[in-house]
Each structure stands twice: as C-alpha cells, then as structure tokens.
Design a protein around this ligand. Structure first.
Ligand code: WT7
Length: 653
C-alpha cells in the first residue's frame, strides 16, 4: 500500500481566490456544520443560490423517521434552479462561455455564452410548454453529448418539470422500462449520436422503446441528419419548434423540495431504481462541492468528460459548474478518437485548467504510452480529478507525474448517484493527498465504519461505510417506491445511510474506498447490477440458472464473470454463448458485456436455496483456497466442479 503523502503543489495553493486555504480552516468549517447544520447550510445556500423566497428552515426530518417522511432541506424556500444557473449570471457573465463543446471530430467546436445559453433554454422551455409540458411532468432525455442535451435538461427544469436522462448506451428495453416507470409523456432525443466515428441510432431506439406506450411527443434534434422513422402527430423536429419560440421565458417557481430530476441506477435487484433529487438541497450541494473540491476560479476552463446520462454529468458538467458561473466542457467523443492523445490535445487546444475523468480511462491511456500525453502542452492544468471507482496507486502516480507533470493536485472524489454530489475528497488547494485515498469528508458527511458483527470500528480499521447524518444533496426517495429507498439505504445498518461500499480508515483519518460489498459491479465506471445480467441470461431458453460476479480487471476496474447452468441435454456452444451476449445487450445495453462464461453443473446453494456468492467471487478472482465455512451448502460437491472448471478471465488483475 502506497502511503506517501503528496502536499498540495505550490502553484495550486498560491493565489487561490477561495477563502479556505488551510486544513485547519477546513476542519473548522466541518466543525461548524456539525455544531449547527441549519445555520451553516442556510448561510451557504443564501450565498450560493438565487432564491425567489429565501428559506428560513434548514433540515427537517431525520434518518430515524425517514420511513414516514423523506428528509427536507430549506423547505420554505422557493426557486427555479435555472435562474441560479443562467439568469443571475447575465449581468456579470453574459459574454462568458458557459458551454464549450467539442464534437466527435476534434475540429468541431462550439462556444455558447451565458447569454446565448439563457436564450436557448428560454426558447426550448417555451417550445416544450407549447407541447403541454407542465410542472411535475416527467420528460425523458435520450441524447448524445451535444449542447442541446444540456438545453433540454435546463428547459425541463425551467418549467418545473422533472427530467430523467437515460444514457445513450442503454437498450430500447431499458429505455422503455424507464419511460414506463416514471410515466413520461415526452421524450427528447436526436436522430443519431456520434462516438469515435460510429453512429448510434438513438431515434430508432426510442421508436422501438415507445411502441404501444402513451408517449405524446418525441422531440427529435437533427444532428447527423441520418434517416429516421417519423410518427406523424407524435414526432416533432427540435429546431422547428425551438427556433421560432420566444427567447423570453419566466421560469416556473418551485418549492425547494420539488423534484428536479430522476436518475435510474442499478441496485442488487433486477429493476433499476429511480433516485429522486430535489431542487434546493441538490443545487446547494453541487455548487458547494464543485467550488471547494476543484478550487474553482473565475477564469478556469473546466472539463468533466463524463456523460450526462450519469450523475457525474448532471452534477459536474451541468448543475454545479453552471450554478458557479464556470465554463464547462461538453465532450461528444471518446478518449481514444482519433487516438489516445485526444484528452491531452484538448487540454492544449482549450487551455483546460481542471480535468475530471474516471480511473478506467486513465489506465487505458497510460497503457497506450506516454508519447500520446507528452506531445501536447499541458501547462494550463492545475487540478486533476477522478471519480467512479477506486483508483489504483499506479494510475494515480501516472496521472500526477505524467499528465500533471507533478504540478497539479489530484482530487479523488468518492460519491454516488444517491449522494447527489461529492462526499469524500481532497480540496485541491488544501488537502495533502495520498494515492488511492479519497481523503476526508465534506461538511455534514459524517462517515463511520461497521465491522462484520455490526459494531462501529474506532480509529484506524476497515468496515462497511455508512453515513450518520443527512446532507443537503442526498436523494430523497426512489421514484414511486419509498419503501425500497428506506429498506435499501436505511435498513442495513439502521437507522443510518448504508453506502454499499467497503472502506478503510488510516491513522490520519483518511478514507480509502475498497469497492462495493453488495451485488453491484462497477465496470469501466459503469454501475451495473449482477441481478440484471442474471435475469437477461435466464431469459435465454437453454439457460436454466446463472450467477454473475465481478473480478478485478486491470483496465476496467471490474470484469464480469458469469456462471451458467444449462437445461438438461443442452450443450454450451458458440451459438448459445452468442445468444447469451445478445440477450444482455438487448435487455441492458451495449456497455454491458460478460467477459467470461463458465459452464457449471449447479450453483453453490445453501439448504434454504440461497446462492453463496462468496464462493463464486473467490473462484472468479482466482483465489479458490480458503472458501470459508461450506457446511451449510446443500451439495458441497458442486464447489469441486466449479473449482475444477474455473477459467482465467481476460485481464485479471
Ligand atoms: C459507486 C457509485 C460518483 C459518480 C459516479 C459513480 C464507486 C465512486 C469512487 C471513488 C472509489 C468510487 C463506489 C460507489 N465510486 N467514486 N472515488 N473511489 N470508489 O456513481 O454509478 O452511483 O456509483 O461508485 O463504489 O458506491 P454511481
């Protein structure tokens, strides 16, 4: 374990405009929030957010009572989040670039100022309003990374409607489930997405997903101008309705606790959960964390290369940066197109100062060789962030030394879809860093660890990561299923919030996230439920049973290892394997793929029928010794067969 400490680089610390410059001041701020959270967050939110009615109430409710009543922050305040992200910047930042877009081809660049973005959002809001979108309605957004996708999110929010962005890699079945679950009547999409020169048929996927559903309008942005099907009366052309619309629009006033968006994420069952984030607390949280963690400055050119289909894109491409009046990059392409130097060329082209990506991309780019990095001038960079999975110290050191030339702070940010924004991370200008550690928590994030017996771990040690106290950014519920929200997050270590992650705390109180301890796997920063894979596999007729586990993968973080049991008399053929792959692609999406199938005679089940996944994980990891207590298994001989037939999956680390 690398326990070296990297002090904040001088260049990063110097001239920071932010009031926080020392670790002691940061600790004092945390203490303030702990001592009087209401006063602390009311002061923060009044400074950060353009409220119509400034709130007087801080936190209401508690984790203990969350079954009866979701927690609320700033409940008597009213606002429209787009006024904080757009209108209030017009006077001071109207001509500042809000969105810097780089298309799939490196020479495609658009710069959209705050004044222009405001006008685009007003027009789109008027157009959506004409289609009948009203406060509280749900709108699905299924688009690639173009500025209009951000406009669609903000226009929806401006009407007080609720967006649910679905990542463009999801299949039509996944999209359909989400349209149905949230009851969307309007879907916004585009003809085709573009990634690395490949076209992604978004509109065709929407058409398939919406068959037979009560979707009143599909709004289609023409991007590639490729041919698409058209349903008369239902489909409308984005430009045809947006262009002629008025550029003036009075934003709809919302209560602080009105829903802003629903974002689906995988859990330990087959059905994704629609986490609900609300207006006031969420915006306060992403504004606070975006400013402090990245040490944001007025002239920064900030780039987060995630996709808006994930929470990282919501919080740190759209809402956090725009609330803070920053220039934020929207990047359509991939890190490998046209070659492995794309990110670093982009740094030089736009003089990026802050760059935020996932460890999986860093591992891939490091493997491509340093020449791809070194050919570009990276002297503009000051802060480098990572998110989505644990970063191995090797990748951290490469990011710091090769990409950042030792000059930049590395901020390893731990958080989740459910937490709304960053929870544990260094402050770029303040916190000494250790490769592989997300370091210290934000104000009102009170982490604690519990051991296998359910006891709290005091001092240095390892355990399950839980959070003690509600913070403003926490998701308030699961759409349409508050009981599931309560049992998933507050039922495991009651009454506290259970993250699903394992974690170690060291002698300095630094946190080291070790990864999921539940049935969620993280492949290339994409969160997927093993149960989703399993249900896709058993929907293939010839497959009787399956169990899917993750294994450590040198590039992707985790790979996917599937154990399958076939129906009697059926052989595992190349054709059947193809059918298995197809079924997963159809039911989840192209980003979900099994790396390795092992045919087994049966799954290791207890006498009560529960699959002992621990055994399957150990075998997939290549560590079948020490499987622990097997005495409760119904048929222990299955384990020998599993070990004998074990495969070495690709890139096992
Ligand atoms: C899970 C949440 C956070 C936005 C993107 C992913 C893992 C996230 C880190 C990190 C170690 C991390 C955790 C977490 N994770 N960031 N810095 N170090 N692990 O959001 O899809 O909701 O996934 O990602 O396992 O629980 P998500």
């Amino acid at each position: 374990m690398h326990d070296d400490i990297f002090p904040v680089p001088e260049g990063t610390r110097q001239r920071s405009p932010n009031p926080l410059t020392t670790l002691d001041a940061w600790r004092a701020m945390r203490a303030d929030a702990q001592h009087d959270p209401d006063a602390f967050w009311l002061a923060e939110t009044r400074r950060r957010i353009a409220w119509r009615t400034p709130p007087t109430l801080g936190l209401e409710g508690s984790f203990r009572d969350i079954g009866e009543q979701p927690v609320a922050w700033f409940a008597d305040g009213t606002l429209n989040v787009t006024e904080s992200c757009l209108d209030r910047h017009l006077a001071t930042r109207g001509d500042k670039v809000a969105i810097l877009w780089e298309g799939d081809e490196p020479d495609q660049v658009r710069r959209i100022t705050y004044a222009e973005l405001h006008a685009m959002v007003c027009k789109a809001a008027n157009a959506l309003s004409d289609l009948g979108v009203r406060k509280g309605h749900r709108v699905i957004i299924y688009m690639g990374m173009v500025p209009e996708a951000v406009v669609a999110m903000l226009a929806t929010a401006r009407l007080g409607a609720v967006h649910s962005v679905v990542f463009g890699g999801f299949s039509s079945d996944s999209l359909r489930d989400r349209v149905i679950d949230c009851g969307a009547r309007v879907v916004i999409t585009m003809d085709e997405g573009l990634r690395g020169g490949r076209k992604i048929p978004l509109k065709a996927t929407v058409d398939h997903a919406c068959l037979g559903l009560d979707v009143q309008h599909v709004v289609v942005l023409r991007h590639t101008r490729g041919p698409v099907g058209w349903v008369e009366g239902r489909d409308v052309d984005w430009h045809q309705i947006v262009q002629p619309a008025s550029a003036e629009h009075r934003a709809v006033e919302c209560a602080a606790e009105d829903p802003l968006f629903i974002l689906y994420t995988s859990g330990s069952t087959g059905k994704p959960k629609g986490l609900v984030h609300t207006c006031g607390g969420y915006l306060t949280w992403v504004s606070f964390t975006h400013q402090h963690v990245f040490d944001l400055r007025e002239d920064d050119v900030y780039a987060c290369v995630a996709d808006i289909g994930w929470i990282t894109g919501h919080s740190y491409i759209v809402y956090g940066p725009l609330a803070n009046g920053a220039t934020t990059l929207v990047f359509e392409s991939t890190p490998l197109y046209p070659d492995a130097g794309r990110y670093w060329d982009m740094v030089e082209r736009h003089k990026l100062t802050i760059f935020y990506t996932a460890p999986t991309a860093l591992r891939t780019l490091a493997a491509a060789g340093d020449a791809f990095v070194e050919r570009s001038n990276r002297s503009s960079l000051r802060v480098l962030g990572t998110v989505g999975e644990p970063i191995n110290p090797g990748a951290w050191i490469w990011y710091h030394g090769v990409v950042g030339e030792g000059r930049c702070s590395i901020v390893d940010t731990w958080w989740q879809t459910e937490t709304g924004g960053i929870c544990i991370a260094p402050l770029a200008a303040v916190t000494p860093q250790k490769p592989g550690s997300a370091t210290l928590p934000m104000p009102s994030i009170e982490p604690f660890l519990v051991d296998a017996r359910g006891d709290r771990v005091r001092g240095p040690g390892s355990g399950l990561l839980c959070l003690e106290w509600p913070w403003p950014g926490i998701a308030r519920t699961v759409w349409g299923d508050h009981e599931r929200y309560v049992s998933t997050y507050f039922g495991q270590v009651p009454p506290y919030y259970f993250t699903g992650d394992g974690c170690r705390r060291d002698e300095d109180g630094y946190f080291w996230i070790t990864g999921r301890v539940d049935d969620v796997i993280n492949v290339s920063g994409h969160r997927m439920g093993t149960a989703e894979f399993e249900s896709a596999l058993v929907s293939v007729d010839a497959i009787a049973e399956s169990a899917v586990v993750g294994y450590p993968h040198t590039m992707k973080g985790q790979g996917v290892y599937a154990y399958v049991v076939v129906q009697p008399g059926v052989a595992w053929t190349a054709e059947l394997e193809r059918a298995a792959h197809d079924s997963i692609r159809t039911s989840i999406g192209a980003h979900a793929r099994v790396d390795c199938f092992q045919l087994v005679p049966g799954l290791p089940k207890t006498r009560s029928g529960k699959v002992m996944r621990r055994i399957l994980r150990k075998v997939a990891e290549g560590d079948p010794s020490n499987l622990g207590d097997l005495s409760t298994l119904a048929d222990p001989s299955v384990v020998d067969a599993i070990i004998d037939g074990a495969l070495t999956p690709p890139n096992r680390g």
